[in-house]
Design a protein around this ligand. Structure first.
Ligand SMILES: NC(=O)c1ccc[n+]([C@@H]2O[C@H](COP(=O)([O-])OP(=O)(O)OC[C@H]3O[C@@H](n4cnc5c(N)ncnc54)[C@H](OP(=O)(O)O)[C@@H]3O)[C@@H](O)[C@H]2O)c1
Length: 276
C-alpha cells in the first residue's frame, strides 16, 4: 500500500489491531480515544472525546476514516453520545473529507428471532433503543456525503473475550430448547475484513454501502457450549438460556463475494486457537 493516512476513531481492541496491521502495511495511523496511554508504538495517539466537539479541534487530514468507537454501557444516552453524536461531531471537525468512511456497527440492528437467515437486504426493526441508535449512526454515515461503508459485526470473540468459556468452566450451558442460533466473528477476522475492504477501495473497487461480517457457520449456542465443555473437560451441570438477541442466522455471502476468506470460518477453528 502507498503511504496512506488512516484515522481510527474509537481506537480500542479492533481499532488497535487494525491500526497495527495497517502500520505494517506502510500506512500512517492515528488512533483517537479518550485515554491514549494504552495505544502501542506505531499508532499516533490523539486524546479526544468524540462527544466533545472542542476536543476535536486539531485533527489531521486523513485518506481513510474508520469509526470503531464502542459504548461502554447499554444506556441509550451513552449509545447516542458514542455512535450518533460522536460520529456527527467527528465528521464536522475533519479538516478535509476522507476518501472513504468505514463505520463498524452490529447485527444487533436485526429484530428477526425465528431462526431466519438475515443479510444486507433484510429489514431492520430493532426493538431496543440501542439497536435504533446504531441504525441512526449507520444512516448518518451513509448520508454523510462521503463514500461510506457500514460493516455489521456479529458477536466478537477472541483473546480477552472469554465470557463463554468462563460460563462453560462454571458448568453452565444453554439448553437445546428453545433453539437459539448464535453468530460470531473472531477478532482477527474483524480486522481482516476491515483491512480487506480498505484494500478493495485502494484498488479502485466500488464497495457496497453495507456488509454483514459474521463467520460461515451460524450455530445453535448450546452446540458451541457443549463443544467447549468437551474440549475443556468440564461437565455441564446447569442449563441456562443465554440471552444474545433474537435467534437468527447471519449470511456473509456478500462479504465472501467481495473476495474475503475467513481465517476462522467457524467456532471450532476460532476457539481451538484460544484453548489452552
Ligand atoms: N463486542 C461485540 O461483540 C461487538 C459486536 C458487534 C459490533 N461491535 C462493534 O465493534 C466495534 C469495535 O468494538 P471494540 O470491541 O474494538 O470496542 P472497544 O475495545 O471497547 O473499543 C472502543 C473504543 O472506543 C473508545 N471510545 C468510546 N467512547 C469514546 C468517546 N466518547 N471518545 C473517544 N473514544 C471513545 C474507547 O476508548 P476510551 O474509553 O479511551 O475513549 C475504546 O478504545 C464497535 O463499533 C462495536 O460497537 C462489537
Amino acid at each position: 500500500m502507498r503511504e496512506q493516512r488512516v484515522l481510527i476513531a474509537g481506537c480500542g481492541d479492533i481499532g488497535t489491531h487494525l491500526g497495527l496491521r495497517l502500520v505494517a502495511d506502510g500506512a500512517q495511523v492515528f488512533g483517537l480515544r479518550r485515554t491514549i496511554n494504552q495505544l502501542p508504538d506505531g499508532i499516533h495517539g490523539i486524546a479526544a472525546d468524540l462527544a466533545d466537539p472542542v476536543s476535536l479541534e486539531a485533527l489531521p487530514a486523513c485518506d481513510y476514516l474508520f469509526y470503531t468507537a464502542a459504548a461502554k454501557s447499554r444506556d441509550p444516552d451513552v449509545y447516542r453520545r458514542t455512535y450518533v453524536d460522536g460520529l456527527r461531531n467527528l465528521l464536522a471537525a475533519l479538516p478535509e473529507p476522507p476518501r472513504h468512511l468505514f463505520l463498524t456497527s452490529s447485527t444487533g440492528v436485526y429484530h428477526q428471532h425465528e431462526h431466519d437467515w438475515v443479510d444486507e437486504q433484510s429489514p431492520t426493526l430493532p426493538r431496543s433503543d440501542t439497536g435504533r441508535l446504531l441504525l441512526e449512526a449507520e444512516q448518518l454515515a451513509l448520508h454523510s456525503g462521503l463514500a461510506a461503508t457500514v460493516v455489521r459485526f456479529s458477536g466478537i470473540y477472541g483473546p480477552g473475550r472469554e465470557h463463554l468459556q468462563r460460563q462453560v468452566l462454571a458448568g453452565i450451558a444453554a439448553p437445546p430448547e428453545p433453539l437459539h442460533y448464535s453468530n460470531r466473528i473472531h477478532r482477527d477476522d474483524c480486522v481482516g475484513v476491515l483491512r480487506h475492504l480498505l484494500q478493495r477501495a485502494e484498488d479502485g473497487a466500488t464497495l457496497k454501502p453495507l456488509y454483514l461480517a459474521s463467520d460461515d457457520s451460524p450455530t445453535p449456542i448450546h452446540e458451541v457450549m457443549e463443544w467447549l465443555a468437551q474440549k475443556l473437560g468440564v461437565a455441564i451441570e446447569t442449563r441456562q438460556p443465554i440471552r444474545r438477541g433474537g435467534s437468527k442466522r447471519c449470511s456473509n455471502r456478500r462479504l465472501r463475494a467481495s473476495g474475503y476468506r475467513f481465517r476462522y470460518p467457524d467456532y471450532r477453528s476460532g476457539y481451538a486457537a484460544m484453548l489452552p
